[in-house]
Design a protein around this ligand. Structure first.
Ligand SMILES: [Zn+2]
Length: 122
């Protein structure tokens, strides 16, 4: 995701002091750790390890909950693990962040499908 300076909204470029003069060193470090966690999650997900992907995505979420790409991947990984209640929570969160996000349809449908099956069983 793109991190921006809280002072002037310019994208962070990795330098410790923004062009507006604000010290953004801490944000630069945070964004680097959060992006690192996301990249490790993506690598784990691609290798088929949803549990390890989730660990990295939870670490990422603790730093930056508003990363839509990370939350979409987290929803998929939770779905893979059958944790549908948490998928539902994330779908609501993603809708709030980016209602146009294309994956929402698939996630919502998957969620509804599981709810329907659960209802049928009881
Ligand atoms: Zn700035």
């Amino acid at each position: 995701m793109t991190w921006t300076c809280p002072g002037c909204d310019r994208p962070l470029t990795g330098v410790a002091v923004c062009r507006c003069g604000l010290d953004v060193q801490l944000l630069v470090e945070l964004s680097s750790v959060a992006d690192g966690q996301f990249n490790q999650a993506l690598a784990a997900w691609k290798s088929g390890d949803a549990a390890r992907a989730l660990e990295h995505l939870e670490a990422n979420a603790a730093l930056v909950i508003a990363d839509v790409d990370a939350r979409v991947l987290q929803a998929y990984a939770l779905a893979e693990r059958g944790r549908w209640e948490e998928v539902g929570d994330l779908v609501s969160l993603i809708e709030g962040l980016d209602p146009e996000r294309i994956e929402l349809v698939a996630l919502r449908n998957g969620f509804l499908e599981v709810n329907r099956q659960t209802e049928e069983k009881s």
